[in-house]
Design a protein around this ligand. Structure first.
Ligand SMILES: [Zn+2]
Ligand SMILES: [Zn+2]
Length: 239
């Protein structure tokens, strides 16, 4: 039996599951549980994931981020398209001022979500930045990114020598991993034991993954979750 433990505003799976069907069913119920008025705005209309840089980031690094994001969207057969939007002066200004004035208990994703709501914009955003974002608590310096599904945004952290050309392939993997979080939320799926799936040595949903591949178990999670969003939102998210 699936036990749901409610922690803050998030349902968490707290025990192993016995079959693929239970796993898919849990993700479907998670999809319905997660929907909240005012959130998920990015799912309402458009089908675009905008990829931007701010000042201090080499704009040529937007390309591997677009490729990484699009790779997961294509693997899943989703309608969304990742688009290179170049340098974004508005986000540059907003993020810098937010870093200066943010309170300890605020999350920048909420503010970006609110700003989109005011302007009636329904895309998701991925932003490349030359520092670690301060998000209520200091971000660990080993982190390469963060992604948030409910607010529809992800961040790629590229301070110092991370912008060197030799990191392009790794940045593509980071982008695909953060797009996983953009699509599903905070889950690192491999912490959940589920009977019926083969153990895989590596998968894009694992932190620090060395592959661009996503395993069957994670793909089933993503697809089941989005099927329930389709039903709840009355939209088509798969091609
Ligand atoms: Zn992660
Ligand atoms: Zn996996």
């Amino acid at each position: 039996m699936t036990v749901m433990k409610f922690k803050r505003n998030k349902a968490q799976l707290t025990e192993n599951l016995g079959s693929r069907e239970e796993w898919k069913g849990w993700w479907e119920s998670y999809g319905s549980y997660r929907l909240r008025p005012g959130n998920h705005l990015w799912l309402c209309g458009g089908d675009e994931v905008h990829v931007h840089s701010i000042d201090g980031v080499n704009e040529s690094l937007i390309e591997p981020v677009v490729e990484g994001a699009q790779s997961l969207l294509d693997d899943a057969g989703m309608v969304f398209r990742a688009i290179d939007k170049g340098y974004n002066a508005d986000l540059d200004c907003f993020i810098k001022s937010w870093m200066e004035h943010s309170k300890i208990d605020t999350y920048i994703g909420d503010e970006i979500n609110d700003r989109r709501q005011e302007s009636g914009n329904t895309h998701a955003d991925i932003v490349l930045m030359p520092f670690h974002l301060y998000q209520g608590k200091s971000c660990p310096t080993w982190a390469w990114g963060a992604g948030c599904h409910v607010q529809g945004c992800a961040f790629i952290y590229l301070p110092g020598d991370r912008q060197e050309d030799r990191n392009r392939d790794f940045i593509r993997k980071v982008a695909k991993h953060e797009t996983w979080h953009l699509l599903t939320g905070p889950e690192h799926t491999h912490v959940y034991g589920v009977e019926g799936y083969d153990d895989v040595p590596d998968c894009i949903t694992l932190p620090g993954c060395s592959t661009m591949d996503i395993c069957e178990k994670c793909m089933d999670a993503l697809k089941s979750y989005w099927k329930s969003l389709e039903a709840n939102m009355g939209k088509k998210y798969f091609r």
